[in-house]
Design a protein around this ligand. Structure first.
Ligand code: ZN
Length: 411
């Protein structure tokens, strides 16, 4: 049994076209008309195959194919169809279309798996609209999705109103929780969104774990003063001190981390924010990502020490406040083993790599045996219209997913 790469690629294109907007971009923002159009198209493909479709209480679209023994736990596969603004053709969509392809091949070959199969399209993975994503997977795992009908999106629209397009409410999403005993395992095929596979010319990545993310808010406090009459020697410039610290971050992170450790300052603001006033305070975000919690703590500790030293030098003070923690999320060993077996059977080259980006699998792995299959992204570009994965890599990824499903179905 082999996946039909042409069909998969043409479906990626068809879903992409659903996001065509007047501003010239292709965007399927969660709950938008474009997103709903893409989901309808996806559901129609599943229904043509004779699969039953439903939308759960969290808005996850689920297509199901019966197995030989429907009392067995479900083999779940999928990803998301929503995109970031002006997003690409592959992020999320490949995992949904690839999962459907497995079902299509089974149907065409007259193969009935032992376990029932379900393809899941998760709700609002990206989260840029309300600043909070992974909504559908959180609900399936029984985690608080942290949403409320009164949340406002980036356009000032209320969540309660926009979620009507899925027929769901914030309060209701909890009912989408699944029992761990009902799910055999979860598999997500995805583009890497990084350049490791591409640079090393490797066809497939088996994800070892999804990097954890710790975020902090750092404030440096100096003294606001006149920019004309305060001599350089008399200044307590919060921004100059902050800049000195930020400049040291790459060095400190490289010193105490490994090749996967990253630290980033993504936002910064100063007060009073005036051209003729020396900044009195400078507040910025800091995030640290790694696949190992102890490295994340070490980097945090060294960065705090560095900040302390710099503040002393500039005679300013600082606060370092944690704002959120996500521990690194290892993938399931036995599911990974079955991916490896499939890759080896297919004779495809692979490597075992971590994921720096978040995925629904980050949440899923906390409750269900979960693993991810990566295929290369050209130059590591993603969340962009320039996102590109070669046809042969797409076909390989689908075949690895197919082979893995056949393997886990035997267990
Ligand atoms: Zn994605």
């Amino acid at each position: 049994m082999k996946a039909n790469g042409k069909r998969v690629i043409s479906r990626l294109e068809e879903i992409y076209q659903c996001g065509k907007k007047e501003d010239g971009t292709y965007t399927r923002m969660a709950f938008s008309d474009e997103d709903v159009k893409g989901r309808k198209l996806f559901a129609s493909w599943a229904e043509t195959l004779g699969m039953t479709t439903r939308v759960d209480a969290a808005g996850n679209l689920i297509a199901r194919m019966d197995g030989q023994d429907n009392s067995l736990p479900v083999i779940l596969m999928g990803s998301h169809l929503d995109t970031v603004p002006d997003g690409g053709k592959y992020d999320g969509v490949l995992g949904c279309v690839g999962a459907l392809e497995v079902c299509e091949i089974f149907k065409k070959e007259g193969y009935v798996p032992k376990h029932p199969l379900e393809v899941i399209v998760f709700t609002d993975e990206e989260g840029f609209r309300f600043g909070k994503g992974l909504t559908g997977s959180s609900a399936v795992c029984g985690q608080d999705a942290g949403i409320s009908d009164s949340d406002l999106d980036i356009y000032g629209e209320e969540r309660g109103k926009v979620m009507q397009s899925y027929g769901i409410t914030s309060e209701g999403v909890k009912a989408a929780v699944r029992n761990p005993a009902d799910i055999h395992c979860f598999l997500e095929l995805h583009v890497e969104q990084g350049a490791r596979l591409y640079r090393t010319k490797t066809s497939v990545g088996i994800v070892s774990s999804i990097a954890g993310v710790n975020r902090y808010e750092v404030t440096v406090t100096g003294e606001a003063n006149h920019a004309g009459s305060t001599a350089m020697a008399d200044r307590k410039d919060a921004l100059v001190a902050a800049a000195g610290f930020i400049n040291r971050i790459p060095e400190v992170t490289t010193e105490c981390g490994n090749e996967f450790t990253v630290a980033t300052v993504g936002t910064i603001k100063v007060t009073p924010h005036s051209v003729n006033v020396i900044p009195g305070t400078c507040t910025f975000s800091l995030e640290i990502r790694d696949t190992e919690a102890h490295i994340m703590s070490l980097v945090e500790q060294k960065l705090q020490e560095t900040l302390g030293d710099i503040c002393k030098k500039y005679e300013v003070s600082s606060t370092f406040v944690p704002t959120s923690f996500h521990d690194p999320a290892p993938m399931s060993d036995w599911v990974k083993e079955n991916i490896k077996k499939a890759v080896e059977e297919l004779g495809i080259d692979y490597s075992i790599i971590p994921s720096g980006a978040f995925h629904d699998s980050l949440i899923m792995t906390s409750v269900f045996p979960t693993a991810m299959i990566f295929v290369p992204s050209e130059n590591g570009v993603s969340h962009s219209r320039y996102e590109y994965t070669e046809d042969k890599d797409i076909e390989n990824g689908c075949n690895v997913l197919l082979g893995t499903i056949l393997n886990v179905d035997k267990l």
